[in-house]
Design a binder for this molecule. Structure first.
Ligand SMILES: [Zn+2]
Length: 208
């Protein structure tokens, strides 16, 4: 695309650097912004910059938060002896939307994937181990995407936790292998959470 204005070109490039936005959509957004009041451009750019520079991550669970400790971790009615382990905060949103879960969370910040260069030490696994060790945790529910990386991470963490007197469970396979939690409907996700099973039964199945 050739533009008669360097400013337009830079605007298009900025939008097109975001996932899912091609050059045509980027141009449409640029044209829209030019037609709207200046205040819109200002408030959008300020919101994006503020989001990126001021976002905090809960010191306990790694969830996104505006405070040092997130609302879930600081809620007195949540069960702090039950930790649900998720890949990222999008999964917390999905699980919270089911309205079924009353425990707390732990965000790993990714999944183990040696092919992509993601190793256990790059994820928030040590902080999970120390929470289990120090907070009298009774159950760790592994709510990871049912993929190779999810299974690898599940296996690694359950091995690390095996020396502690904690029950490790995993979401039931109501979630299709290869699927992603954020795309699962709330009812399926709520059922998978309710019918979670001990991790030992996870691979062989409960009837073998
Ligand atoms: Zn938290």
């Amino acid at each position: 695309m050739e533009f008669s204005s360097k400013l337009i070109e830079e605007g298009v490039q900025a939008f097109a650097s975001l996932p899912g936005i091609g050059k045509k959509t980027a141009l449409r957004l640029v044209i829209h912004l030019l037609h709207e009041d200046e205040d819109l451009a200002k408030s959008i750019s300020e919101a994006i910059y503020k989001l990126r520079t001021e976002i905090k991550y809960c010191k306990k669970c790694g969830n996104v938060s505006d405070k040092d400790i997130c609302d879930v971790c600081s809620h007195p009615a949540r069960d702090h002896q039950q930790i649900c382990v998720v890949e990222n905060f999008r999964d917390i949103l999905s699980l919270e939307n089911t309205g079924q879960y009353k425990g707390v969370y732990h965000t790993l910040g990714g999944l183990i994937s040696p092919l992509d260069g993601v190793h256990p030490e790059q994820l928030n696994i040590e902080s999970l181990i120390s929470r289990v060790q120090n907070d009298n945790v009774q159950e760790v529910i592994m709510a990871l995407n049912p993929t190779i990386e999810g299974d690898m991470t599940l296996f690694y963490i359950s091995k690390r936790l095996s020396k502690f007197p904690v029950k490790v469970t995993a979401l039931a396979r109501g979630v299709a292998f290869g699927g992603e939690l954020e795309f699962v409907d709330e009812i399926t996700l709520a059922r998978s959470l309710q019918s979670r099973q001990p991790y030992e039964n996870y691979i062989t199945g409960p009837h073998q």
